[in-house]
Design a protein around this ligand. Structure first.
Ligand SMILES: Cc1ncc(COP(=O)(O)O)c(C=O)c1O
Length: 376
């Protein structure tokens, strides 16, 4: 028996919708399925514009262009995040300025952001780790006071909320991922959400290789031409057709994710002994989306032993992230502001448990093996 860390779940209509895209003879971007997916995102998240991209990485790269990040401009972000959060800005010559994360949510520590702001600061990136919201009221206030953009890295956050508002609707811009590990999937995939209305027209141009092709197809201009910087960030309608089958079932998929998360959370309650063993903490203002369950163990040795024990029992538990401030590229292109002690500590102690739809019949086994390994 082998229980993987992730297994993509298909709702059943994915191939039928791809067939329909094929039959409609529209396989490039911005076909009927792309439009359906975008309308669904705009409606359910409440953003001004949703633009599908081929990854969250691509959406972050678009955000860096829209934020007008240039050489030497600084972007404040956590170090405890995926590479793309920083790399998207480095591609434009920007400098990631890393600040530590909070002990409870592992999200950017909002109390450390102001100390990292300089005359070169352009934006703050709020990464909602594991679909649990950052402290957005404080972050938005700070940004407004200092004239900065807020960009939500909501790669893991679709369906989650902060004070009742969907994540992705709270920054000037937000980036979603539909990578096969996420709550809604298309293999690879993503979306840029635009809440700052004044950026919407340019976002469309940036996604279309820097051209005003969108306006041309709507009959607003009589020819299309190169008007700005951009790239090919627009995914094929084949990908959108797959994604639509997931969006149609978003509610039931979310319920199943949350149920898996709740089962884990209940199952480890009696073993919790912070700081030796700690479960995720969800603040009152955050409504999570059941994306991924993790535990924090005592130290690196205990975590590695735990992962090895589970592996012997056929269960694949994994860790992340290598903190960006101590990675080779992070040291070369970015800098830290203040201590990174929480980041350094959690990166050594965090372990992620298998969390995917379809795991249900085997989850009790995973839990039982985890409890066994934790008691050793
Ligand atoms: C926080 C965060 N940002 C960005 C990404 C990149 O997403 P994608 O693989 O869709 O480019 C990920 C991927 O897991 C992520 O977790």
């Amino acid at each position: 028996m082998w229980i993987p860390f992730n297994k993509p779940f298909l709702t059943g209509r994915e191939l039928e919708y791809i067939r329909q895209a094929h039959e409609a003879h529209h396989l490039s971007g911005d076909g009927a399925f792309t439009k359906r997916c975008q309308a669904w995102l705009e409606e359910s998240i409440g953003c001004t514009r949703a633009l599908l991209t081929h990854s969250c990485t691509a959406a972050l790269e678009m955000a860096a262009i829209l934020a007008d990040v240039g050489p030497g401009d600084e972007i404040i972000m956590p170090s405890f995040t995926f590479v793309s959060t920083a790399n998207a800005f480095v591609l434009r010559g920007g400098v990631p300025v890393f600040v530590d994360v909070r002990e409870d949510t592992l999200n950017i520590d909002e109390s450390r952001i102001e100390g990292a702001i300089t005359a070169r600061t352009k934006a703050i990136v709020a990464v909602h780790y594991a679909g649990v919201a950052c402290e957005m009221a404080t972050i938005r206030d700070l940004a407004a006071r200092h004239g900065l953009l807020v960009i939500e890295d909501a790669a893991q956050a679709i369906g989650a909320a902060y004070r009742g508002k969907p994540l992705g609707s709270l920054g000037h811009l937000a980036a979603l991922s539909f990578h096969e590990t996420k709550n809604l999937i298309s293999g690879e995939g993503g979306a840029l959400l635009v809440n700052a209305t004044e950026l919407a027209a340019r976002a469309e141009i940036v996604r279309e290789k820097g051209t005003n092709r969108g306006a041309f197809f709507r009959g607003e201009v009589d020819k299309y031409t190169w008007v700005d910087v951009g790239s090919s960030f627009l995914p094929s309608d084949i990908l959108a057709a797959f994604l639509w089958a997931q969006m149609e079932q978003a509610e039931s998929l979310a319920q199943r994710r949350r149920a898996l998360w709740d089962n884990y959370h209940r199952a480890f309650a009696d073993l919790e002994r912070p700081p030796h063993l700690r479960r995720p903490i969800v603040p009152r203002d955050a409504t999570p989306n059941g994306h991924g369950y993790y535990l924090l163990l005592a130290d690196l040795d205990q975590r590695q032993e735990f992962i090895a024990a589970l592996r012997r029992d056929g269960v694949n538990a994994v860790f992340h992230y290598v903190p960006l401030h101590s990675s080779p590229a992070g040291r070369k292109f970015g800098r830290s502001s203040g201590p990174m002690s929480v980041t350094d500590s959690v990166a050594e102690r965090l372990v992620r448990l298998p969390s995917w739809i379809g795991l249900e019949p085997q989850q009790d086994y995973v839990i039982e093996r985890c409890r066994h390994a934790l008691r050793r």
